[in-house]
Every structure is written in structure tokens, then in C-alpha cells.
Ligand binder design. Structure first.
Ligand code: GDP
Ligand code: MG
Length: 222
């Protein structure tokens, strides 16, 4: 069995829900203490019979002091850029985070990382100050690969965003390989949505409030 190993990172302002998001993806219980030190967790999942192991890194509190280092960014395949829909500053700061990432990012395998913009806390309807349209406009402006609105608290949309990123990055990588080594042997099913056998509950996914999933120009699903 071949297993693809990807590195995922979560970036964004403090308190937007990065650690909670990572806990949800890796099926861990909520942690109450603030994250300090390096946090890395592993998520194994199977999508369309393909096995993936994703190492997910959390900024571990360093974002508060803007001391996220280049080693954190290095070699990332998947990036989750998170803001809080109830806090406009966190939305505006996504541009700063992206710039920080792009100026220090280095990936030796030559395939661009798949960057997903995440607007979290949509369960807090009364406090929302950033609309879904604004999120989508920002995605276009920054030329990010995907945009999802989620609620980590209510488990809405998170696994869908995660699995979309894994699938799209795998396809991008395969296309890159094809460009450099000739015809692609593996057949990638392009005509169905990713089916997951991940152990995380998928029951909430269909109530997701988000812009339809999209890969980049080179990766379309569904
Ligand atoms: N209402 C609501 N609260 C959330 C959500 N996600 C995270 N939180 C809360 O936001 C706070 C900050 O979350 P945390 O994961 O520590 O954020 P981080 O600083 O970005 O790692 C915590 O009190 C979480 O319980 C969400 O989807 N909805
Ligand atoms: Mg944290």
C-alpha cells in the first residue's frame, strides 16, 4: 500500500480557531489550555481508495507574537488560512499572513501548495461582521485555491474543506509529475466528489454553509 504523506499548516490570527480546527480534523478532544510549543498531529485518511497521511502543524501560540518561523512554513503542501467571521481584523490580517508565508515559503518538490481560505465561527450568526461574499472576493483577489465558511464548534464544513485540499493537492502533484515524467499512469477519478473513509464523523458536512468547493484551474472535481 502506498501512502502519500503531506504537510499541512494552519495560519491566521490568534483566537480564530486554528487549534480547535486541528483538534477536530485529528479527532482529538478539545483542549482548553492555550497552545505553547510546537504542535504536530497526524491524520490518516482514505479518499477514493488512496491512502494519505497528513502531518498537521499548528502555530502553537507563536502567532500572537508574530514569531512563526520559516521552518514552520517550509515544505508545506496544504495551507489553511483562517479568519473569524465575527472579527474583521482577523479577516484583514489574512493578507499579512499570506505575504509572510509567500516570502518565506520553500518547497523542494516544486509543486505549489494548495491554499484554502477558511472563515470560521459561522455559528455565531448575530456577531457576524464579514459576509460570505467578502470572503469569496478575497479568495479571488489573493488567488487562493479554495474558500470555505465553517464552524469548528458545530463541526460544519471542516472535514469537507480538508478533504478537498488533500484531493486537489494530490491531483496537482500528479499533474506536475506527468509534466516532468510523461504520461500519468494512475487514473484519477475526476467525475465524482471525494469519498472518504476517514473515521471522523461526516454527518454535518451536508449542512455546510460555504461557497462550492473549487480546486485551482488545474484541478476540478465534480
Ligand atoms: N463559537 C465558536 N467558537 C469557536 C469556534 N472555533 C473556535 N472557537 C473558540 O474560539 C476560541 C479560540 O480558539 P483556538 O482554537 O484556541 O484559536 P487559535 O488561537 O486560533 O488556536 C476558543 O474559545 C474556541 O472554543 C467556532 O466555530 N465557533
Ligand atoms: Mg492555538
Amino acid at each position: 500500500m502506498t501512502e502519500r504523506v503531506f504537510k499541512a499548516i494552519v495560519i491566521g490570527d490568534t483566537q480564530v480557531g486554528k487549534s480547535s480546527l486541528m483538534m477536530l480534523i485529528t479527532c482529538e478532544k478539545k483542549e482548553t489550555k492555550p497552545t505553547i510549543g510546537v504542535e504536530m498531529k497526524i491524520k490518516s485518511l482514505v479518499i477514493q481508495d488512496k491512502h494519505y497521511k497528513i502531518t498537521i502543524f499548528d502555530t502553537a501560540g507563536h502567532e500572537r507574537f508574530r514569531t512563526v518561523t520559516s521552518s514552520y512554513y517550509r515544505g508545506s503542501h496544504l495551507v489553511f488560512l483562517v479568519y473569524d467571521v465575527t472579527n474583521r481584523k482577523t479577516f484583514e490580517d489574512t493578507k499579512v499572513w499570506l505575504l509572510d508565508f509567500k516570502t518565506t515559503f520553500y518547497n523542494s518538490d516544486g509543486c505549489s501548495p494548495y491554499i484554502t481560505l477558511i472563515g470560521n465561527k459561522i455559528d455565531m450568526k448575530d456577531q457576524r461582521v464579514v459576509s460570505q461574499d467578502e470572503g469569496e472576493m478575497l479568495r479571488k483577489e489573493l488567488e487562493l485555491d479554495a474558500f470555505y465558511e465553517v464552524s469548528v464548534e458545530k463541526e460544519i464544513g471542516v472535514m469537507e474543506a480538508f478533504e478537498n485540499a488533500v484531493t486537489c493537492y494530490a491531483l496537482r502533484e500528479a499533474q506536475q509529475r506527468e509534466l516532468s515524467t510523461g504520461p500519468l499512469k494512475a487514473t484519477i477519478a475526476l467525475h465524482s466528489s471525494p469519498k472518504s473513509t476517514s473515521q471522523t464523523s461526516m454527518s454535518q458536512i451536508h449542512t455546510v454553509n460555504r461557497v462550492p468547493s473549487r480546486c485551482s484551474q488545474s484541478c476540478m472535481i465534480g
